[in-house]
Ligand binder design. Structure first.
Ligand SMILES: [Cu+2]
Length: 142
């Protein structure tokens, strides 16, 4: 059966409330509609995507899944080249220093991107010979 026909059959089977739902696409329930969720993966020895780009002012949720073994995610809340004093450019909802990324337990990293700049992150769980080079960047665009 072709997809269009199938959808039509579905409408008939379930009825009008569903049609209304399609007219104004309902997103999956989420605590905050303004959060930008970015799916990332970690594996020996890279994060993907990298760099990650977001607009200044965005509430960001990074969901990081591992493709091989346990890794960690640690990001500097101050942009590259900053002296690390004053208000951080990224404001986190939790105080974890190293977010662990376990098999079947993705890391969820939430922050508000307050200041434009390039922010460096790295793996913070020793994962093998290339661990020291497992890095990436978040770019907060003005
Ligand atoms: Cu590592």
């Amino acid at each position: 059966m072709r997809t269009a026909t199938r959808l039509f059959a579905l409408f008939l089977a379930i009825g009008f409330p569903v049609v209304g739902g399609f007219a104004s696409p309902a997103k999956a329930p989420q605590a905050d509609q303004n959060v930008k969720v970015i799916e990332m993966t970690a594996k020996k020895y890279e994060f993907s995507p990298s760099p990650v780009r977001v607009k200044v002012g965005t509430k960001v949720q990074l969901k990081i899944t591992t493709l091989d073994r346990k890794h960690g995610f640690k990001i500097n809340p101050y942009p590259d080249g900053s002296d690390g004093k004053g208000e951080p450019g990224l404001v986190f909802t939790s105080k974890e220093d190293c977010f662990t990324i376990d098999k079947d337990a993705p890391a969820v990293v939430e922050f508000v991107a307050k200041t434009p700049g390039t922010y460096s992150f790295k793996c913070c769980v020793h994962c093998g010979l290339g661990h020291g080079g497992m890095k990436g960047q978040l770019i907060v665009e003005p």
